[in-house]
Write a protein that binds this ligand. Structure first.
Ligand SMILES: [Zn+2]
Length: 463
């Protein structure tokens, strides 16, 4: 039996997660994510798989983030006919995220067509392609072993990263084991279970996004959030929070609910102004199997909705969203997109950024060349919809909300593996500095061999 591993995305970078496992002549894909970044060369990269989608027998999907699932519709367009295995919550989140992406791609295409008549590309995929690939999903709960192909079994372990996130552990032939972390979460996040430790494996493909960073302790999140809200309300200002619609928004709502119940923040209106966040929250509500004990005790036993309380309002239509501008009272507005590149958050920033009483609260990663990054850098003037605005509002950054393990979390996770049996760790999903630092730290705690994965390079296992 010949087993080979190679990466076609998220090798020495953080987006486009796509890893191929070849077992003799059969091929299994782990994740099929979209590359994200500047239009060129991203547009071309997303169209080239560097393998034939028709040759793929099955896909195992770790979680529903765009950079892990959003090339699946395109894989289907190019002839992939196999099953996509995922947890039930991942199927629902991936469905929402892929549909949202299809919508953005189509809108983007219309805009480009107007601007540049000879633009060479149509949208990468459309909503009909999303619906088609969703028909190919098979959902399985954590810790239920299932067959993904002849002589290959898989079991999902909880990755604790976003709702539904899983680490597939593959068992091949007579008990050879290969695991993939997908994205690994942190312990103590408010809603979902903590990441699990894995059983003994021979090889691990491991993410290393924050292989060179430590986060603030999660216990600080509530305290920091409360103090930002109190200070802003005392000034008579509003708190504007750009947040990703999946997980980050629900974590925030949950914390605000807890703070509100404990009367640790003033009773002001809280608006979640994002249709995507509203839909994602509905998915959270039905997947209570993913919640940890804390939320069970605090909410579910008393039959309360963790994502609903008196002064929390979801705005789903444009008129309601526009009316928020007329509201002169202190309030909290949570809106997407997370990096302030598109969506309703732009209107809220435009209307509130010049008032020094307001606070823009940053709770997520802001990539280079985004409005979010320029706000983080506190540039005195920023452009919104092409117009200059003075950044007079306060900018506060809380990094306690990260959904990724930092290097201490990653090392703790690795130390709980059976290091006697573990032959090698393959590092993916990070930039070079994080990869190098993570490699060194893993070797220091006794991992026998660590390989930083290069793109499109075959690594033979059990050789
Ligand atoms: Zn992720």
């Amino acid at each position: 039996m010949t087993i080979k591993l190679s990466s076609f995305g998220a090798a020495r970078e953080v987006t486009g997660s796509t890893h191929l496992l070849s077992i003799d002549n059969k091929k299994l894909l782990m994740d099929c994510g979209l590359f994200q970044g500047k239009r060129f060369p991203t547009e071309e990269r997303n169209r080239i798989f560097n393998f034939d989608p028709k040759d793929i027998s099955s896909v195992v999907l770790s979680h529903g983030h765009c950079d892990h699932c959003c090339r699946l519709p395109y894989l289907g367009m190019l002839g992939f006919e196999g099953n996509v295995f995922a947890t039930p919550a991942t199927r629902d989140i991936a469905g929402l995220v892929m549909a949202d992406t299809a919508h953005i791609l189509e809108k983007d295409f219309e805009w480009l067509k107007k601007k540049k008549a000879d633009y060479p590309y149509g949208p990468l995929f459309r909503i009909r392609d999303v619906l088609k690939i969703l028909d190919q999903f098979i959902t399985l709960s954590y810790r239920r072993t299932f067959n993904v192909m002849d002589s290959v079994k898989c079991t999902f372990y909880n990755a604790g990263h976003i709702i539904g996130s899983a680490m597939p552990v593959l068992e091949i032939g007579d008990g050879k084991r290969i695991a993939f972390t997908g994205d690994l979460g942190r312990k103590g996040t408010p809603i979902i279970h903590d990441p699990e430790y894995l059983p003994a494996v021979d090889y691990l493909m491991c993410e290393a996004t924050y292989g060179n960073r430590l986060h603030d302790p999660i216990e600080d999140a509530c305290r920091q959030l409360a103090s930002v809200i109190k200070e802003t309300v005392e000034r008579g200002g509003k708190i504007i929070i750009p947040a990703f619609a999946v997980e980050r928004t629900q974590d925030l709502i949950y914390y605000l609910h807890v703070l509100n119940n404990a009367r640790k923040i003033p009773k002001i209106d809280i608006f979640v102004d994002s249709p995507m966040a509203f839909n994602a929250t509905s998915i959270f509500r039905v997947h209570q199997e993913c919640y940890d004990e804390n939320i069970h005790e605090q909410f579910l036993i008393q039959n309360k909705n963790p994502f609903g309380f008196e002064n929390l309002h979801y705005t789903t239509n444009v008129e309601e969203s526009k009316r928020l501008n007329e509201n002169k009272n202190p309030c909290i507005i949570i809106s997407s997109s997370g990096m302030c590149e598109a969506g309703r958050i732009l209107h809220h920033l435009k209307n509130n950024i010049e008032d020094p009483r307001n606070t823009i609260l940053i709770v997520g990663y802001m990539a280079e060349d985004t409005l979010g990054r320029r706000i983080v850098e506190r540039q005195p003037e920023v452009k919104i919809f092409g117009q200059p605005y003075h950044l007079n509002a306060k900018v506060k950054i809380l990094n306690t909300f990260s959904a990724h393990a930092d290097y201490n979390d990653l090392i703790d996770f690795v130390k709980h593996l059976d290091l006697q049996r573990l032959k090698k760790i393959f590092l993916v999903h990070a930039e070079d500095d994080a990869l190098e630092q993570m490699k060194k730290r893993m070797l220091d705690v006794g991992v026998r061999e660590v390989q930083i994965v290069d793109p499109q390079t075959e690594y033979e296992l059990f050789a």
